[in-house]
Design a binder for this molecule. Sequence first.
Ligand SMILES: Nc1ncnc2c1ncn2[C@@H]1O[C@H](COP(=O)(O)OP(=O)(O)OP(=O)(O)O)[C@@H](O)[C@H]1O
Length: 370
Amino acid sequence: MITFEGAAKHYPDGTVAVAGLDLTVESGRTTVFVGPSGSGKTTSLRMVNRMVAPTSGTVLVDGEDVRSQDPARLRRSIGYVIQQAGLFPHRTVRDNIATVPLLLGWGRSRARARAAELMESVGLEPSQAKRYPHQLSGGQQQRVGVARALAADPPILLMDEPFSAVDPVVRTGLQDELLRLQAELRKTVLFVTHDIDEAIRIGDRIAVFGPGGELAQYDTPERLLTHPVDDFVESFIGYDRGVRRLAFFPANELALREDVLLDDQDTVERALNTVDTAGQPWALVVDAQRMPLGWVDVDRLRHEPSGLELGRLTLTAYGHTFDVERDSLRAALDAAVLSPAGRAVGVDPDGRVLGVVSQADLGNAIWSVS
Ligand SMILES: Nc1ncnc2c1ncn2[C@@H]1O[C@H](COP(=O)(O)OP(=O)(O)OP(=O)(O)O)[C@@H](O)[C@H]1O
């Protein structure tokens, strides 16, 4: 557990970086500090490993004032990951990861074995062990940074904007990796970001910092979205907080229609019988494995030769799908909004179609949780 007790940082030029922070970071959970630039997130984070000394107040780790601990030893016991990884450029990936174990006197072979194990955990290939940081992509460098921070198995991990410098797709992958690792390792993670979406995605608890280094709200992601305490927090979260909140509700209770699924081997005539019963303007064509092929406009279908197989028609791209078991209502809504037919295609983990959700059913599900 990390406890901030009235921890403040005032600089001689009059800047109030942190204005008396009172907050408890729970063990084994991910706590995110989020807020606009200059709101004191990094300064607060660095108080934990004594890179910044508070001008008043205290920071305690497991009840012990960090000032009573030797800074070098404290830092070796706390993992630290920063933006652009901060790797040692002249050390190989393996030796970067083994840095702290070597400092702790583990011996080269044990430290390297640990590095190899961690490379696998963070999704790096063994062949990358002997590369240098500049020979890796930004996302791979961040993985090395995370592996290095975890090397000596510290109970606490401080992460300062670790994924900010990579593109959105890589960033989502890194967030997934962190969520997976954290489910397994249960570290006390303190994570700084500007990005409210990232905070909501990975945080068990979120501290929103406001201007003047003040803590504006400390809550679960869901409470933050439903009950922002003031206008500042509300505007920081953004106008679409209602939509963001849908991320907390599973899609598996949505009513899926199967009567609008057509087999690509069916003829137009047979398909029309099916869709006329369903009474829907669009139908989804699937193959023999129920993989989606595309939408067909029922009115257009009436003008096609009755004996033609559906697989020979030019179909409208089906767009995004959502995974019924794993995705949220937000993903289902996204799939519907991006679908040319205005309907969301629900699939199983292998991508096979389970059914289609109409806008009306999706709307009802959204209203029932609002
Ligand atoms: N050595 C210093 N002297 C004076 N002011 C400082 C010093 N270090 C930081 N500050 C100021 O303290 C404030 C808080 O900085 P901090 O880096 O903690 O904010 P942040 O929320 O992490 O911002 P960012 O997201 O941009 O990194 C800023 O106004 C910054 O300019």
